[in-house]
Design a protein around this ligand. Structure first.
Ligand code: HEM
Length: 409
């Protein structure tokens, strides 16, 4: 398809409105029916909506990030170098291209492996119980603050080896978390907040990494310090940037997965009853949470060379957005895609991305959400959510989640 006409529920200006953030799914349905692969008028931006197209584009090596080059072209070398938020992101595997991406991802994956992740399952359960012990007697409160947020933060702190005395500093979160990976630029205030956060985290983790070098422990930080392949070890900047990435990616996304999932359950009482009656449905409920209302809505790439995709020319440097959450509602892949069904057994959702950047934490996220659900329903059988018709949402676009989730138990 060529350029979408002006009636496309226009991207950037018309698309990312508060109404869209509140409920993007009618727009995604419209796109499936009218503009499943289109170029945004007057902008070097292409948008993929279908499951198969998103999957193919994510695996296409002609697309990558070219992050440093893009930022320097957009803002100038001096600005890029001056902002730790940009520089840090540029050193993380999330925005790297091969061959550096392969070298560093292999090292990180060696430390953050399936064995270490699966070994966390009992600890995830214990942490969930400990959190509920703290707030059970209160009878009501905000589940995001009391449970959904601290759970994955404490899990990733513990995996990395952040001492318990320091956990508190990470519980608060940041008011601009996630904004840096949105398709719309950050304001000066947001950027300065993000810089400050990155500076604090870098200072903190560099201290811990030095300690681990001197005194190894059985934790992920030590494993990262010592990870080595025939291509060598992680440099200091790479270590810090990727520890920060694991930390950031390791909480915001999972917090939102649990919140979006609980909201969907309460909006579909039959499915809620089904899960309450059989908690062994939790893993398949989590898959449906991921599909139905993904905490990562989209993923962006830059064309590293000019090429054509489905008849549409893409110029070098153009941006391509894969709308993962729209792909998860593709009627060609999912039966009755707008129906929430916790026992659905169809294709895997695209929520964890695809290709060389496929989420490293997918297994951890699934374990966390599975255990969170089981413990929550076991411990709080009378749990009820309030205000599910008008929940308060975070203003971010790429990461979709709830600001608060008022509940009684
Ligand atoms: C619901 C939870 C999560 C979702 C939906 C999610 C989603 C994603 C997606 C879509 C990507 C690819 C981004 C892209 O291609 O542009 C990604 C990458 C990544 N995720 Fe996750 N994630 C989740 C949880 C986690 C957790 C718990 C961790 C680690 C503790 C993690 C670590 C990473 C890392 C390190 C990458 C970068 C991989 C690379 O670029 O090679 N994620 N995630």
């Amino acid at each position: 398809m060529a350029e979408a006409d002006r009636s496309t529920p226009g991207f950037i200006s018309e698309f990312f409105t508060p109404e869209f953030i509140n409920d993007p799914y009618p727009s995604y349905r419209w796109l499936h029916e009218n503009a499943p692969w289109f170029k945004v008028p007057d902008a070097p931006l292409h948008v993929a909506v279908r499951y198969a197209d998103c999957q193919e584009l994510l695996r296409d090596r002609r697309l990558g990030h070219g992050f440093r080059e893009r930022m320097v072209t957009q803002f100038g070398e001096e600005v890029f170098e001056r902002h730790p938020a940009y520089k840090g992101l540029g050193n993380s595997i999330l925005l790297m291209d091969p061959p550096d991406h392969r070298r560093i991802r292999t090292l990180v994956a060696k430390a953050f492996d399936a064995r270490r992740t699966e070994a966390m399952r009992p600890r995830v359960r214990e942490i969930a119980h400990r959190l509920i012990d703290r707030f059970e007697a209160e009878g009501s409160g905000d589940l995001v603050a009391l449970f959904n947020h601290p759970l994955p933060v404490l899990v990733i702190c513990e995996m990395l080896g952040v001492p318990e005395a320091d956990h508190g500093r990470f519980i608060g979160g940041s008011k601009v978390a996630g904004r840096i990976i949105d398709p719309t630029p950050m304001s000066a205030d947001e950027l300065s907040d993000a810089d400050e956060r990155v500076r604090e985290n870098h200072a903190y983790f560099s201290g811990l990494l030095d300690e681990r070098r001197r005194q190894p422990q059985d934790d992920l930080l030590t494993a990262l310090v010592h990870a080595e392949t025939e291509d060598g070890k992680l440099s200091y900047d790479e270590l810090i940037a990727n520890v920060s990435l694991l930390f950031a990616a390791g909480h915001e996304t999972t917090v939102n997965l649990i919140g979006n999932g609980l909201l969907a359950l309460w909006r579909h009482p039959d499915e809620l009853a089904k899960l309450r009656a059989d908690l062994d449905l939790a893993p398949s409920a989590v898959e449906e949470f991921l599909r139905f209302d993904s905490s990562v809505q989209l993923s962006g790439r830059t064309a590293l060379e000019a090429f054509e995709f489905k008849g549409q020319p893409i110029a070098k440097g153009d941006q391509v957005l894969t709308l993962l959450a729209a792909a998860n509602r593709d009627p060609a892949v999912f039966t009755d895609p707008d129906r929430f069904d916790i026992s659905r057994d169809e294709a895997k959702p695209l929520s964890f991305g695809g290709g060389i950047h496929f989420c490293l934490g997918a297994q951890l996220a699934r374990i966390e959400a599975d255990e969170a659900l089981r413990v929550l329903f076991e411990r709080l059988p009378g749990l009820e959510l309030d205000g599910v018709d008008a929940p308060s949402r975070k203003p971010t676009i790429t990461l979709r989640g709830l600001e608060r989730l008022p509940a009684r138990w």
